[in-house]
Design a protein around this ligand. Structure first.
Ligand SMILES: [Zn+2]
Length: 239
């Protein structure tokens, strides 16, 4: 193969090395770790918020139940009192029984109202816990958004570079025979993306092996369309 072709192939190899470095920078940008930490913190705060919301709903439900109970006791007491004073009952014993019932209903109502007060205090506590976690979550979300924006900006620059280098690579690759390019691409992974070696002083500078006299002779007489490669390691040789 003509020397010019190898020059182009070397350029492709250089550009491929650049592309790998850029992709690595893109994938391992330091802000990605920050973003991941914030995502984890966000999930943790959301779980806490859900747990608090659960307790909050429980307290609300219980308060509603107690309010209903108070209403029903009040209604019962109103009926008892009406009976007591509407003149429909005249027997002393019955009147005393009604008085007793009214009093015990009032006692019951007060006990329930005490429970309500206690629950209202708990409702307030759970409410402030909810407000606290909401503020924390808002702060984390704000930081996550800032990191996300910074990461997008930083990686957009890398993406633009990747685009540029890819275009150059395509241009250079277009001037290389498809057969040589295919061979280069096929063996590149084996050599960590650097499958080209120079042939200097009878040695391959990829594997540093001295090539046999026969191999050297063959390389010295290689035709313009043949692909030169190291008989020891298989790298493509730049003559
Ligand atoms: Zn070699």
């Amino acid at each position: 193969m003509a020397v010019g072709g190898y020059d182009q192939l070397l350029k492709v190899q250089d550009l491929d090395v650049q592309l790998r470095q850029l992709r690595h920078r893109f994938d391992h940008h330091p802000l990605r770790a920050d973003a991941a930490t914030l995502t984890a913190e966000q999930a943790e705060a959301e779980a806490r918020r859900d747990e608090i919301d659960g307790r909050r709903h429980e307290v609300d439900r219980e308060l509603k139940r107690l309010a209903d109970e108070v209403a029903s006791v009040e209604e019962k007491r109103a009926k008892t009192e009406a009976k007591l004073y509407d003149g429909s009952v005249t027997a002393t014993k019955e009147l005393l029984a009604l008085q007793d019932e009214s009093r015990s209903l009032l006692d019951r109502q007060r006990r329930i109202e005490d429970d309500e007060l206690e629950l209202m205090e708990r409702q307030e506590e759970v409410g402030s816990e909810a407000a606290e976690v909401a503020a924390e979550l808002a702060a984390i979300t704000g930081r996550a958004e800032a990191v996300g924006a910074a990461l997008a900006e930083a990686t957009a620059g890398i993406e633009a570079e990747i685009g540029e280098v890819s275009r150059s690579r395509a241009e250079v690759a277009a001037s290389i025979s498809p057969e040589v390019l295919a061979r280069y691409e096929a063996i590149a992974p084996e050599f960590d993306g650097v499958p080209l070696a120079r042939f200097v002083g009878g040695r391959c500078d990829g594997c540093h092996m001295q090539l046999s006299a026969m191999a050297v002779d063959r390389l010295n007489h290689i035709g313009p369309d043949e692909i030169a490669s190291c008989e020891e390691c298989g790298r493509l040789l730049i003559l």
